[in-house]
Design a protein around this ligand. Sequence first.
Ligand code: B5S
Length: 337
Amino acid sequence: MSLYPELKGLYHLRETIGSGGFAKVKLAYHALTGEKVAVKIMDKRTLGAELPRVTTEIAAMKELCHQHICKLFQVIETDTRFFLILEYCPEGELFDYIVSKDRLNEAEARIFFRQIVAAVAYIHDCGFAHRDLKPENLLLDEDQNIKLIDFGLCAKPKGGMDSLLATLCGSPAYAAPELIAGRQYLANLFQVDQWSMGVLLYALLCGFLPFDDENISQLYKKIKNGTYTSPEWLSEGSKEIISQLLQVDPKRRISIPALLKHPWLTKSFNVPIEWQSKYKKCLDDDCITELAVHHGKTRGQMEEQISEWKYDYMTATYFLLLEKKMKGKPVRLLSKP
Ligand SMILES: COc1cc(O)cc(Nc2ccc(C(=O)Nc3ccccc3)c(OCCC[NH3+])c2)c1
């Protein structure tokens, strides 16, 4: 008797590859494509007060589709559990990679950091702030590309910046002070990710954290004052970009647009960071055709069904066929249902 009957025939579960507070992550194979996935399993009974984080994360991930963000393929919810079917990132955590190499040289840190900035620029453009950027939340796929994970703490201010700015632009004379402050608050909400990226870049280049102390109140004092030291191996360029990110005053912190064309990040690439999603908005013909043939439907019927983006098994199968195509594998399903 399978431990998780909900997955029977859909996913073949294998070993546990991670377990944290409220979740266990297992390796699995998607039955119809044979592609590997990660399955994050959460028990509702132990989630308790954390439950809103899961619904926040699921809502956010359904809106995010980017080459440097771990993709959500399917959500299975039962009375007692959540199953998130996620993109497989076999090279593990960036954290472990840094530790294995002690610290990274500028060229390698630059490659990773360009991908991290691209992912953050994309989620900010979608109206989200991640708010929990750290090496443990940056995984590596089989090509050592960055995949941002864990959107449990992300925030999407209701309607995002636009609706709030529209209110202010519409009739600022009538806007309440907290709304004006809210605007600053909202902007700052997004700026928190820049600070975390400063800590990340420092960790990549140094192999340890800029602010660290066993005593938590000492640690908070260092962070609030923004006091950190730069090791002698850091170049002037590295020290400069880190200091522009680790500005205590969020208004003085470098913006994402400025970061995208920052000389330290464009050095030896000579092009600004291409942060937009590489996923096409339109559906992929080969995947639609294979799915239509497999399910004995017309292409039109298949397109209509996929376009509902229900994050059911059909959504997962479409995305995993697309993954196969992007990896140069045949766009084929493995067996009849
Ligand atoms: C949006 O993507 C998310 C959200 C989320 O809340 C959690 C995760 N967690 C993941 C996703 C994938 C893996 C994974 O593929 N790991 C892995 C695979 C093969 C070998 C080694 C690691 C994952 O791993 C968790 C353990 C990493 N230390 C977590 C994604």
